[in-house]
Design a protein around this ligand. Structure first.
Ligand code: PBG
Length: 332
């Protein structure tokens, strides 16, 4: 950068003096088009059940799902992610319910696509909601099997694509799954279905409230450190992302979000591909918990926390705050 002169000729505060001027020199902006709303669906009828550790977030039954999606459509939020709270009676060690074309996720996909065909629908490829062990892969003799898990993920992805899912988001962190899912989709005529890979997903304590929401925390045996990344690492995240791009990922994601802004920036700078950040359940709980105590101002932290992702280089953000943030931006 050229030397621009010094005080008193240079006064950085001039451009901050007035609101119009601050808006004019803003380097990053946030809009509803940046957001993806994760939604928890549950079995039952007429159910809208608050998630205790995520104030303001509910689990909804499929018959009420379109009510939630109505806000998404009205606010022009491009896409949603559907996460199922599966009946424990349907969970098995082989997670076979993941590949049932009438499972909760598939019913939810069909409902949204029938009512709102123009909303993008994203679903995880991972076994945890269906696995009685709570893991994203098959647990056998204390180890998570890689290649056997990937085979199931391929079938799960195809089943979800047949139900109308637009984007498969492998969140399992098995090796080689993006390439295999890509060819499974292509072989079944789903070459337009996109893959948004959870490319750099860290083993994180910030997923706790999510696991409460879909009922996997109680079931989980051990931790996920043999497949999710060590939070001490950054170069390794770039390798993970490079592999997923090479295997055919259309979009990549970094998760969690706020404690990993450095990773988002490195990924975007290094690869220049569509890069997403997931502001996860624990980040939401942390901010909303402080708001509930009167320690933080809700509207201001919502917009500041989301703008941070744009500044780091993210093209979009998966956030439980999508609807309220889009409303705030509309009213601004
Ligand atoms: C499961 C999955 C998790 C999240 C998204 N998909 C939890 C986990 O890996 O244990 C976390 C999302 C959040 O915390 O908001 N594969």
């Amino acid at each position: 950068m050229d030397f621009l002169g010094r005080y008193p000729a240079t006064r950085m505060r001039r451009n901050r003096r007035d609101d119009w001027n601050r808006r004019l020199v803003a380097e990053n902006t946030l809009s509803a088009a940046d957001f993806i709303l994760p939604i928890f669906v549950a079995e039952g009828q007429g159910l809208r059940q608050p998630v205790a550790s995520m104030p303001g977030v509910d689990r909804v039954s499929v018959d009420l799902l379109s009510e939630v999606v109505a806000d998404v459509a009205e606010l022009k939020i491009p896409a949603i992610v559907i996460f199922p709270e599966v009946d424990p009676a349907s969970k098995t060690p082989d997670a076979r319910e993941a590949c049932n074309p009438d499972n909760l996720v598939c019913r939810a996909i069909r409902t949204v696509k029938a009512d709102y065909p123009d909303i993008g629908v994203i679903c995880d490829a991972a076994l945890d909601p269906f696995n009685s062990d709570g893991h994203d892969g098959l647990l056998v003799d204390g180890h998570i099997l890689n290649d056997e898990t990937v085979e199931i993920l391929c079938r799960q992805s195809v089943v979800q694509a047949e139900a109308g899912c637009d984007v498969i988001a492998p969140s399992d962190m098995m090796d080689g799954r993006v390439a295999q899912i890509r060819s499974a989709l292509d072989d079944t005529g789903h070459e337009t279905v996109r893959i948004m890979s959870y490319a750099a997903k860290f083993a994180s304590a910030f997923y706790g409230p999510f696991r409460d929401a879909i009922g996997t925390e109680a079931a989980l045996k051990g931790d996920k450190k043999t497949y999710q990344m060590d939070y001490a690492n950054s170069d390794e995240a770039l390798r993970e992302v490079a592999l997923d791009i090479d295997e055919g990922a259309d979009m990549v994601m970094v998760k969690p979000g706020m404690p990993y802004l450095d990773i988002i920036q490195r990924v975007k700078d290094s690869f220049g591909v569509p890069t997403f950040a997931y502001q996860v359940s624990g980040e939401y709980a942390m901010l909303k918990g402080a708001v509930a105590n009167g320690w933080l101002d809700n509207d201001r932290v919502v917009l500041e926390s989301l703008t941070a992702f744009k500044r780091a280089g993210a093209d979009g953000i998966l956030t439980y705050m999508a609807v309220e943030a889009a409303r705030l931006l509309k009213d601004a």
